[in-house]
Design a protein around this ligand. Structure first.
Ligand code: C5P
Length: 235
């Protein structure tokens, strides 16, 4: 898979999500389904969106003992999603078990990426609550390397970290980056943001875009703008 724009469908109901997707009459967007939608609409929403021809990043961030994660991943793999994720904090045994669980009988599997540290965790929380004394950016890179050596395909990270992740884990290790805004748009609650063209320059592989598209007056036009900046523009 090459570079792509993934729309974060942060809606709470199936109807709202499908109505939103009905607006895209040109290229079929890659869609991110998170916990809110999956837990309220269930696996059926994944089947329905797949049936409509979209690719799906199922953002459920699994974190449990290896055997449980392996079995949960096998269930998700049967939904035929394209990207799944988990917390690298679950350790390398859990990450390897997850990849095994995702692998289908024919040896293929969805891409599997890791969350290193949540962006809601700052240095103080890391030290005082998680009792991790190292600098946050070093912890992020260490976790990314653990994910790579456990056979995962990439990480979710800030576009500002993408270059460093590629340098330390290899150019083929995927960086999937939220925190994307248009130059003339609002930053909402995101603190470290980049435009789609800056993300392209930084070498991000996939950008995850929510409100810049979902809250736009014309979401299909905002999506096309993202694609033309991130995918279609000349290097
Ligand atoms: O609306 P916005 O573009 O900020 O949405 C970004 C999406 O990416 C949301 O679904 C959010 O939960 C997700 N995300 C994030 N930052 C992370 C990980 C995921 O914004 N570190």
């Amino acid at each position: 898979m090459g570079k792509d724009v993934i729309i974060a469908c942060d809606f709470s109901s199936k109807d709202e999500t499908l109505r939103f997707l009905d607006r895209f009459t040109g290229r079929k967007p890659f869609v991110k389904i998170g916990m809110e939608l999956f837990y309220s609409a269930g696996p059926e929403i994944v089947r329905e969106i797949k049936k409509r021809g979209h690719r799906i990043f199922l953002d459920l961030k699994l974190h449990d003992i290896p055997n449980t994660v392996k079995k949960a991943m096998a269930a998700l793999s049967s939904l035929d999603v394209d990207i799944c994720n988990l917390h690298a904090a679950g350790g390398s045994a859990m990450m390897k078990a997850a990849a095994e669980g995702l692998t289908r009988a024919d040896g293929t599997r969805p891409l599997l990426i890791a969350v290193t540290q949540l962006t809601s965790i700052d240095q103080l929380t890391l030290e005082n609550e998680l009792l991790i004394r190292e600098p946050l950016d070093e912890v992020v890179m260490e976790y990314a390397q653990n994910a790579a050596s456990s056979g995962l395909d990439g990480v979710v990270c800030s576009p500002l970290e993408a270059r460093k992740v590629h340098d330390s884990c290899g150019a083929g290790f995927l960086t999937v980056t939220p925190g994307i805004r248009f130059a003339d748009g609002s930053s909402d609650d995101q603190k470290r943001i980049m435009t789609p063209s800056q993300a392209k320059e930084e070498g991000c592989d996939y950008i995850v875009v929510g409100r810049a598209i979902t809250a736009a007056a014309d979401p299909a036009a905002a999506y096309e703008r993202c694609c033309s900046e991130f995918i279609d523009a000349e290097d």
